[in-house]
Design a protein around this ligand. Structure first.
Ligand code: DO4
Ligand code: MG
Length: 277
């Protein structure tokens, strides 16, 4: 990754080769719609004087007016965990069928104003008994269906509710503070390497309660094809985000608790940290 774009309380900031540059005159939405964002940021940083300091702690969710969508059952681990959690409801067959089908599972996750950023609290539903974070690579896509950057997403999920009936998916997935994005948009001329790793650690009272890892080699779907399906007969005037699915599912005995700290790291992007409210 050769550049990063942050949204802070003081405005947009880009990073290139360890130097930070303020972008005061452009909105996040106008950058997403830019004809060539990578080239624009390169030429801008060539001409501009770097900032003297930058504190990643001041970052907000890197989003403007984009909707957030998600793909599901794109890793074998997600398929297996979901077959197991829904077996009493007879829903397991659907997960195997969507894992192998040509058409991917795509679902709406969040309006932009509901997305939480780094260090902001995510929530578990009050009526859920079995909740997990889903650490996912998130694609930033421009209105012309081009992938222009990457960030880290947390697709918080209520496993007991989805497991009761797959038709409850929107309730298991879409509720207040159920989607986190950040800390930045990583922008490169080239797609992320397949060897890129995704790691998650969940800390409870300072101790590791769960740790797991996967790599993009395990992602069954090509990101470009996921985007092609999402944009079929569907217009995104501000572009959109697409979470690409989870390959890390904690063991069945694990459920999140209030005050747990969730750390998701993707090579080349950074670490997204949130606490459970
Ligand atoms: O099929 C339900 C959702 C799957 C999902 O969110 C995932 O695999 O990450
Ligand atoms: Mg997910």
């Amino acid at each position: 990754m050769n550049m990063k774009l942050y949204r802070t309380a003081g405005g947009l900031v880009m990073e290139r080769q360890g130097n930070y540059y303020a972008i005061e005159d452009r909105s996040f939405d106008s950058l997403v719609a830019d004809d060539d964002l990578h080239a624009y940021l390169l030429s801008r940083s060539d001409k501009q004087t770097p900032l003297t300091g930058f504190d990643e702690e001041t970052c907000a969710a890197p989003i403007g007016s984009q909707e957030v969508w998600a793909a599901g059952v794109t890793y074998f681990r997600s398929r297996s965990a979901r077959i197991e959690e829904s077996k009493d409801a007879g829903g397991g067959d659907f997960y195997d069928r969507v894992y192998t089908a040509e058409r991917p599972e795509l679902f709406f996750k969040s309006m932009p104003h509901k997305v939480v950023g780094p260090r902001q609290p995510v929530r578990i539903r009050k009526d859920a008994t079995w909740s997990v974070p889903e650490p996912e690579l998130a694609l930033l896509i421009n209105p012309r269906a081009q992938i222009i950057g990457y960030t880290i997403g947390n697709d918080m999920s209520s496993r007991d509710i989805e497991g009761q009936n797959p038709l409850y998916l929107p309730q298991a997935k879409v509720y207040d503070q159920s989607c986190a994005l950040g800390p930045c948009i990583a922008i490169s001329e080239y797609p992320l390497l397949e060897s890129t790793t995704i790691q998650m650690e969940i800390l409870r009272t300072g101790q590791t309660a769960f740790a797991g890892a996967t790599a993009l080699t395990e992602l069954k779907r090509n990101p470009e094809i996921l985007v092609e399906y999402l944009f079929r007969d569907h217009t995104f005037p501000h572009g959109c985000f697409l979470l690409t699915g989870t390959g890390i599912v904690p063991p069945d005995a694990f459920t999140l608790q209030s005050k747990d700290e969730i750390r998701i790291t993707i090579e080349g992007i950074g670490t997204l940290t949130n606490f459970v409210a």
